[in-house]
Design a protein around this ligand. Sequence first.
Ligand code: DOR
Ligand code: ZN
Length: 430
Amino acid sequence: MKRRIDGGRLLDLTDGSLTAVSVLMDDETGLVLAIGTDLPSADEHIQLDGEVLLPGFVDLHVHLREPGFEAKETIATGARAAAAGGFTQIACMPNTRPPIDTPEAVRWVRGRAEEAGHCRVWPIACITSGQRGEDLTDFAALKAAGAIALSDDGRGVQHGGRMLRAMEEAARVGLPVAIHAEDETLSGNGVFDHGAALRLCVPEQPGEAESAMIARDLLLAERTGAHLHVCHVSTESAVALIRWAKARGVRVTAEVTPHHLLLSDEAIDRADPLYKVNPPLRGERDRLACLAGFLDGTLDVVATDHAPHTVEEKRRPLLEAPFGLVGIEIVFPLLYTHLVRTGRMSLSELVKRMSTRPAQAFGLPGGVLRPGGPADLTAVNLDEEREIDPEAFYSKGRNTPFRGWRAAGFSVLTVCGGRVVHRIERREAR
Ligand code: DOR
Ligand code: ZN
């Protein structure tokens, strides 16, 4: 079926201009047929009201929790939440129960995602069997089954020799290695960064636990030629190390989360698990270094590390509550409001870091909106501000410290492969 979207304004990613256009697309091929004015009519017409048309966002770091933790999230609820956030592609982490460490498991995730619809879901498979940090999984077989990257996210691979072998094999097979950098001999049972840990008398998780492992893995990437993707960078020293490695020509990409860009540990005023995330919110100096690294491109992409947990889990005492925050439904409005509206970054640069660059980094389709390309898009309302209300999330997770923040830029329409996967009519705008 052919659909035509009218009344939107297309953002030109090269010069930032907005042009009133229609978009014609076809859900059989999943492609954009034409963009312009005076387009032929279609089977269905969707009328916008001046919202801005963007390529669908791409999140390289999401936790969908299925199989095993369906009370936190399912592939269907997580993918639906992604569509509401303007995402048309998400890469999901393998720290499920059981972990995604076999070709069968990778195929199972793809099948569930296919049934759910909503958006494209790309599985990331484990580096080590059961994420135990010991035996490597079968990278070639995982890739053949559809894994797009490898990660033991949630835990760092502690043993340097095994990581060296993993990177050699990943380079041979041609898969990125996405690292959760955390030296557990340094992080121990720490929960908050130095400042908040001291202030609130809780165990510290020092930045060196992250930066030291990033240094190790950058050197291993240089040695092996593997594509290293550094997840959720949060320290000043890590940004400097990645900048250094890029200057040397190491094949490295890096992500930053909205919470590490917008919050420091100064925001934590009590031992509240809603601020408990791994890596932790760091000091203001680290936050500013991450922001500078994001602005200058050292940190390539935004990724949410959307990590849903149940309300009950997040109400536990600080040391028992799990690490993690949700973010996929609010990341674009938060960054649009706090980086673009404040003049730190242009709208087109933010969109590149949320669509184009992540798609390129993992070799995914889309990331730009053009005739002949995938009909993956979202339309955002940049004018209307709303208060963030976790109770209205499509995600099962409510665990965000951004409750009550005001933001503009919520998505009113998301289309994936020419099909409407999210639509909010103006009169019922939430
Ligand atoms: O905060 C986090 N939550 N960090 C991780 O590395 C894992 C994630 C989770 O799975 O909940
Ligand atoms: Zn994660």
